[in-house]
Design a protein around this ligand. Structure first.
Ligand SMILES: [Ca+2]
Ligand SMILES: [Ca+2]
Ligand SMILES: [Ca+2]
Ligand SMILES: [Ca+2]
Length: 376
């Protein structure tokens, strides 16, 4: 009796909850249909508010199959990702994409959204992968390899098409990277140090990728980040004093360098009744090219100084990375400050910043409230 009771409890505890659904499929090589085992498959949803994010990840079994179980009702997309091995590197990362809008699985914006109801089991989410190319190289500062640097191989004619990699951090191969699964085409390199101790760099190439080939390129050299001319300005008390703003004020040279250390404050005298529209973007010039960073995620704050207080903040209006604030009508004349940090640092003290790098700041004054759909 004791054994049977224990078995019964075990079965109850391992049974899936009633709400749990599943999504299954297979990854194979095209055109011959050979199953690809050990290929990574990701389940993504957008519940976190920062675009599609991975919520489950697994690898295909010996017959190329995968099964996500315990999937809550909701909307998902599925992504197949090559592992960094010589065999898998010749296949591209693909989203499941069989219906319009269609882009052969290259963009998450065209991925088929799979809506799953409570307890529903969906099968046949299959990937048939063509052979493409890959590329490898090393990022250095001119003398030593740099680990943990973001590397983006980006289509020269359409920046939406790109493949990302990260340089190695292990001492034996520091700074080396392999960009797996690159569709044939003409590419540029964009490299970014997450701590922004080194400046972003775009190497225009062209780097030509041919199907079935593994290229090796020379070193990509990063330069130190230039000094931010507005530093030190990391507290309300030391904030950069701006002249009284009559129309607008722009800063395209402001920087955040080294995550966790740098917040930038810009302060000015505002009169009761003033209105300000404040925006940050990552639309900056890199290597002489107008660029929008995919890595840096600015957050804006609007502070009074007496008393010192965060009045408003914004991370993602409009879009997931830009930030935009309307002060509304200033109630009391005095010194106010705009704070700039990055996502992960709601206290504007630098702690927890998830990104760092160049940003552009724009402050616009108006005598009337703005009316463009983003009023606070
Ligand atoms: Ca689609
Ligand atoms: Ca600062
Ligand atoms: Ca700074
Ligand atoms: Ca943001």
């Amino acid at each position: 009796m004791r054994v049977r009771a224990a078995l019964f409890i075990g079965l109850v505890m391992s049974a899936p909850p009633a709400w749990a659904g599943s999504i299954a499929g297979q990854v194979s090589a095209s055109p011959d249909g050979t199953p690809i085992s050990g290929f990574a498959v990701n389940l993504l949803n957008a519940a976190g508010g920062k675009g599609w994010a991975v919520v489950q990840s697994l690898t295909t079994n010996a017959s190329g199959s995968y099964l996500f179980s315990g999937v809550a009702a909701g909307n998902y997309i599925i992504q197949a990702v090559p592992m960094n091995t010589p065999q898998q590197c010749l296949y591209a990362q693909r989203y499941f994409d069989s219906m319009a809008p269609y882009d052969a699985g290259r963009l998450d914006s065209s991925a088929d959204v799979i809506s799953i109801g409570a307890g529903t089991n969906i099968t046949g989410i299959n990937f048939a992968l063509n052979t493409v190319g890959s590329l490898q190289g090393t990022v250095t500062n001119g003398s030593v390899g740099l680990g943990g640097v973001q590397v983006r191989l980006q289509d020269r004619s359409d920046g939406r098409y790109h493949v990302d990699a990260v340089t190695s951090a292990s001492s034996g191969t520091l700074g080396t990277f392999t960009v797996c699964g690159v569709d044939p085409g003409s590419y540029l390199f964009w490299i970014h140090d997450l701590d922004a101790q080194y400046d972003d760099r775009i190497a225009p190439g062209p780097y030509i990728i041919i199907s079935g080939s593994q290229f090796t390129i020379g070193n990509l050299v990063m330069q130190p980040m230039p000094v931010d001319p507005y530093e030190p300005n990391s507290t309300l008390e030391t904030g950069t004093s701006l002249p009284s703003i009559s129309l607008s004020w722009d800063s395209s040279g402001a920087l955040l360098s080294t995550r966790g250390n740098d917040v930038d404050f810009y302060c000015f005298e505002a009169l009761a009744g003033d209105h300000y529209l404040i925006t940050t973007t990552t639309d900056v010039s890199i290597s002489g090219e107008p660029s929008t960073s995919p890595w840096v995620d600015p957050v804006l704050g609007w502070f009074s100084t007496s008393p010192a207080s965060l009045l408003l903040s914004n991370d993602d209006a409009p879009g997931q990375r830009n930030a935009r604030l309307e002060t509304g009508s200033v109630t009391i004349s005095g010194r106010y400050c705009v704070g700039v940090t990055t996502y992960g640092d709601p206290d504007f003290n630098g702690s927890g910043q998830a990104s760092a790098g160049r940003y552009a700041l724009h402050i616009l004054k108006s005598d009337t409230l703005f009316d463009d759909g983003f009023d606070p």
